[in-house]
Design a protein around this ligand. Structure first.
Ligand SMILES: [Zn+2]
Length: 190
């Protein structure tokens, strides 16, 4: 988190609260990144949805080598499209999608742009600072500090929280550490 500018984490918490408001969700509610994508006018496809993608490529991406990629954002003819790995691991899927949405929300200019051979599509790759910012915003969108605090106060176990918020155990652990909620709760008990 060395590269994050001052106030960025707070900005992320505010963004998480304001998107929940836009979507009619309570502050402590889980946020389905698919709903957020729809709200932002961004299309989300699985490899099987790509027209003209050969069946052997689809099988490669979804069955033979599903670990090798998470999501790609493509800007094509004025529309933004995210192709999301359709892995059954919900925590990973939500994190990948939230990460791509974070780059878009933060208006990150790609460090490298790849054009497809037909010149119709570009794929984005970002610099290190932008990666950290996207990770911070994505994890905050999925699990804001308020929501985490509320869930812990309600006595939810880590396992219950990962299911409820649709996040991985690693993301939950990271948020518990970074937000300082455990410290806050320990102090309020003494
Ligand atoms: Zn990224």
């Amino acid at each position: 988190m060395a590269n994050l500018r001052r106030g960025f984490k707070t900005w992320c918490e505010n963004a998480a609260a304001s998107y929940r408001r836009d979507l009619g969700l309570a502050r402590g509610a889980p946020l389905d990144p698919l709903l957020l994508a729809r709200h932002l006018g961004i299309h989300v496809w699985s490899p099987a949805d790509i027209p003209g993608l050969k069946q052997d490529i689809v099988s490669h991406l979804t069955m033979d080598d599903p670990e090798s990629w998470d999501a790609v954002t493509i800007a094509a003819e004025g529309m933004v499209l995210i192709i999301l790995n359709s892995t059954p691991d919900l925590g990973r899927r939500n994190n990948s999608l939230a990460h791509e949405l974070a780059h878009i929300i933060l208006e990150h200019e790609p460090a490298h742009v790849f054009h497809t051979p037909d010149g119709h599509m570009m794929m984005n790759e970002y610099n290190e600072v932008h990666e950290e910012e996207a990770n911070c915003l994505a994890s905050t969108l999925l699990l804001p500090r308020d929501a985490l605090l509320e869930a812990i106060r309600r006595g939810m176990s880590d396992n219950a929280m990962t299911k409820y918020f649709g996040v991985s155990a690693a993301l939950l652990r990271m948020r518990r550490n970074l937000t300082g909620v455990d410290k806050q709760l320990a102090n309020s008990r003494t």
